[in-house]
Design a protein around this ligand. Structure first.
Ligand code: HEM
Length: 448
């Protein structure tokens, strides 16, 4: 009996302690929100919840990605959950087939060719923005402007229209929080997503409705048109729901994977070129001899600009955006592999020449070396499906910035200190002032 009393007391104390810690945790980790604001929002569906803690038990179950996968297969890919009173939107992609559809209709070589015009237009806007900053003598945050460029371009490649300021804000939240969580297969956004949720849903509904009412001709169709066609087809091989199409725009890996990676890579490469003026000069000379002195660089020039390609490759080798990548049951330290002194001469030096294939080495040997030791885009099934598009983004931006402007920074050299753990970034984001170069300035000021 005595033993029973002690156990009962212990149990009681344990329950009290548990409840107390739950409340402490909630006060510490989750900000309180007012219910009326949430009721205003047009929220995604929500699974049954438990009193007080709401969906906390689901968020704490291990392994979390499996538990979320189970939830999304039961209730759909876009879910509204709560931990106590804190809102969470869970975005899970539906199926491999759906992912495949996205990748082939956006990143495949045929699609890249079809969307070249969009990238050309966005590049012109980017160049005009830089020209404007140069005229006003304003500093440029290279990474930030590159993220804007890639966001706008990917958005247009998907649905034929630009991102609004709001959308861009949402993507920026997604890229910060989502970066850590994408490995778990979830996207978790805080207050801001709930605030824009209703307006955002309305905007997406409007776009989808517009496309449904006026479908594009097949040859002019964007990814969104292909997805809507599959969504409407009951006999389609891979099922796509309306919610999945919406989920594509809030936190999908296409945006997370495509924007910050290109932004950071471009910043690192510009920093290396500013620190190595002789390489910057060589690159500029190559552009002038291949493209011409009176013509602005275009995507179709990239395949002829071998030194530019080598500069981009070397930037990706020294500063991989993902220093750690996971393969099936292994973790690979790409940073260490690409700086391994057994494979690379002077591995810590920025030397684009190493990617200019010397005639004595031959292409085969070079390719073997790259296959084994060059993995800035990961490798295998989990490797980056956007590697071609990423190289185009970075190559074009670097080519444009070097061809059209002279760059300067505060101080002698750019500080190359690294920051970040999951993703490698510059501890001191690259900010420069620029001057438009003659005679190209006259072309840029005439740009729209
Ligand atoms: C220079 C630019 C880029 C770099 C350095 C880069 C690098 C990477 C790396 C290393 C991974 C594998 C991550 C891992 O295994 O944990 C990855 C995955 C991915 N990337 Fe990229 N990427 C770039 C551009 C892009 C672009 C432009 C897109 C598309 C618009 C894109 C879409 C994706 C997607 C969807 C995944 C996830 C693949 C999966 O998990 O199955 N990336 N990227």
């Amino acid at each position: 009996m005595a033993a029973f009393t002690v156990d009962f007391q212990l149990c009681f104390i344990a329950i009290l302690l548990w409840l107390f810690s739950c409340f402490c945790l909630s006060a510490f980790f989750f900000k309180k929100r007012k219910e009326p604001e949430l009721q205003d929002c047009n929220l995604p569906p929500s699974p049954p919840s438990v009193p007080v803690i709401a969906h906390l038990h689901l968020l704490l179950s291990v392994p979390i990605h499996k538990s979320f996968q189970k939830l999304s297969s039961k209730y759909g890919p876009l879910l509204y959950l709560r931990a106590f009173t804190s809102p969470i939107v869970l975005v899970s992609s539906g199926s491999m087939a759906y992912e495949k559809l996205l990748v082939t209709n956006l990143l495949g070589s045929h699609s890249l060719e079809r969307t070249r015009l969009i990238r050309g237009e966005e590049l012109r806007t980017f160049r005009a923005m830089l020209f404007d900053k140069a005229t006003k003598n304003e500093a440029v945050d290279v990474g930030k402007e590159m993220i804007n460029l890639t966001n706008n371009t990917i958005c247009r490649m998907i649905m034929g229209r630009k991102c609004s300021e709001e959308t861009r804000r949402l993507f920026l939240i997604a890229s910060t929080v989502g970066r850590l969580l994408k490995k778990l297969g979830i996207s978790l956004f805080e207050k801001e997503i709930m605030e824009v949720s209703q307006k955002y849903d309305e905007l997406l509904e409007k776009i989808i409705k517009e496309r449904e009412d006026n479908p594009n001709k097949k040859e002019d169709s964007y990814l969104i048109d292909v997805l809507l066609e599959v969504c409407a087809d009951d006999n389609a091989e891979s099922k796509v729901s309306r919610n999945q199409i919406k989920a594509l725009f809030c936190g999908n890996e296409l945006f997370l994977g495509g924007t910050e990676t290109s932004g950071q890579t471009t910043s690192w490469i510009m920093a290396e070129l500013i620190n190595h003026p002789e390489m910057l000069k060589r690159l500029r000379e190559e552009i002038e001899s291949v493209v011409g002195k009176m013509k602005l660089i275009q995507e179709t020039d990239l395949s002829n600009l071998l030194y530019l390609q080598a500069v981009v490759k070397e930037g990706l080798r020294l500063h991989p955006h993902s220093p750690i990548v996971g393969f099936t049951s292994m973790i690979i330290n790409t940073y260490a592999v690409m700086r391994d002194p057994d494979s690379w001469e002077e591995p810590d030096e920025f030397q684009p020449e190493r990617f200019m294939v010397p005639p004595s080495k031959g292409n085969k040997e070079m390719r073997e070396q790259l296959d084994l030791n060059y993995i800035p885009f990961g490798s295998g099934r989990r490797g980056c499906p956007g590697s071609n598009l990423g190289s185009i983004f970075v190559g074009l931006a670097i080519g444009t910035m070097i061809q059209c402007f002279d760059w300067s920074i505060d101080g002698e050299k750019v500080n190359m200190e690294e920051a970040g753990d999951v993703n490698l970034s510059m501890a001191h984001p690259l900010k420069c002032t620029l001057v438009a170069r003659d005679p190209l300035a006259s072309f840029m000021s005439a740009d729209p």
